[in-house]
Design a protein around this ligand. Structure first.
Ligand code: 5RP
Length: 226
């Protein structure tokens, strides 16, 4: 199985966890898209909350009924992808620039299942550059404060502003993203707290103590990791 087959298998396995009557959080990215397609194919009576405009568009096109997070208030199950899955289901997310809405939906969920291909599992987080979502106003100045925060965590890296077609990428909320190529994040909880204390940082892609289960597509089929 190639990576896309593994993503598809994980997405389809996760769709089997959904029951009629549930409110379901829909993640963002190519793996989450497989979940959304498999979920739509089951034609269950559910309502969904999307973590991005892109996923909302896909879900609506497949006939999935959507609600805003504020309307739904609580979510039974959220299924989403990840950029890295580390020890104790610690995650890096945000490669698709949806990390803020993803975290809002995850935190409102009773259960969160992360789906991924096998290459996403790592012994220590940090090879994938950590996305940090920053308010656009004065973001260059905020970046200097982020550098101080990273130095405090013994991570002497300069975050890079994420660009596309010659312009900074804007998130669904209108913010910008900096990616910090940390290498190895030895103390993710400390880094998470320090980054959140910087004014102008809206959130970061460290998802700690949020995932209940990972379904990982491998060459030998889908493996559950708790
Ligand atoms: C989007 C995310 C995605 O879940 C993450 O980037 C994984 O994407 P893919 O399933 O395409 O590999 O966090 O913000």
């Amino acid at each position: 199985m190639n990576a896309d087959d593994q993503k598809r298998a994980a997405g389809e396995a996760a769709a089997a966890f959904v029951e009629a009557g549930m409110t379901v959080g829909l993640g963002t990215g190519s793996t989450a898209a497989w979940f959304v397609k498999a979920l739509a194919a089951r034609k269950l009576d559910i309502v969904a909350v999307s973590t991005s405009l892109a996923t909302a568009e896909l879900a609506a096109s497949l006939g999935i009924r959507l609600k805003e997070l504020g309307e739904a208030k609580a979510i039974d199950l959220t299924v989403d992808g990840a950029d890295e899955i580390g020890p104790a289901l610690s995650l890096i997310k945000g490669g698709g620039a949806a990390l803020l809405r993803e975290k809002l939906v995850w935190e409102a969920s009773k259960r969160c299942v992360v789906i991924a291909d096998a290459a996403k599992r790592v012994p220590v987080l940090g090879k994938f550059p950590l996305p940090i979502e920053v308010v656009a106003f004065g973001h260059e100045t905020t970046m200097l404060r982020i550098c101080d925060a990273l130095t405090e965590c013994d991570l002497g890296v300069a975050p890079r502003l994420r660009m596309k077609d010659g312009a900074p990428v804007r998130t669904d909320g209108g913010n910008v993203i900096y990616d910090a190529a940390c290498g190895r994040i030895e103390e993710p909880a400390l880094l998470a707290a320090v980054l959140k204390s910087v004014t102008g940082v809206v959130d970061h892609g460290l998802f700690l103590d949020l995932a209940d289960l990972a379904l990982v597509g491998t060459a030998d089929g889908v493996v559950s990791v708790e």
